[in-house]
Design a protein around this ligand. Sequence first.
Ligand code: PGA
Length: 248
Amino acid sequence: MKKILVGNWKMNLVSLEAESFFASMPINREITIGIAAPATLLRGLRDHADRLGILLGAQNMHENKAGPYTGEISAAHLLDAGADFVILGHSERRVLFHETNDQVEKKVESAVVEGLSFVLCVGETREQDEEGVGDEVVTHQIRSALSSLTEPNLKGAMVAYEPVWAIGAGQPATADQIEEKHQLIRDELIKLFGEEGKNVPILYGGSVNADNLEEILQIPNVDGALVGGASLDPQTFNEMIEITGESS
Ligand code: PGA
């Protein structure tokens, strides 16, 4: 499996900034690169993404295909705008916008039906970690989001382990913590999908930067990284592309 580097721009960068970012990005075919951009930028970035051979993603979508949901965007809209994938269940959606496991499951189903790849984000909060229920929380998030899928639907599916307490914190989880949770997620994927569960990439996210990426990519069952803050600066992101390429 090629190593994967996905940038999550969150609610940052406007079109001119995004285009100059893409203009500076190197072509690297040794790894899989993705950028999850604000939905309004997708169409304008599509040609650049094709030239670079990278995946273009969105950061959220509504679970229904169409209807009276003012302000919402569906999988069909994202595909129409040029997205290859969508991030689902990011903790900022779960915490700030009260997204439930039930909704995340419906979004996963809708993405699969429409043929949109997805990165399912899971991870425990600081309180859940302190209460010792982190493993249960992550297992439940995985099971509820993916249990209705069958093996053929797994094509294009990725999971990102993002401990909520490590996001934007400046300090990632320790190598031991990452290894333990990635093993838990891998075991769960194998329980759900048998051999095919071994092929679902598991990314780590939470304060990944150019200084810690190399070490994180060496951890067993870490197939790549989902990067927030450090993906906003083109120079830093290009450095991370190089590091990921060297770790492949
Ligand atoms: P961070 O964000 O890299 O800024 O910690 C990661 C994420 O939220 O996906």
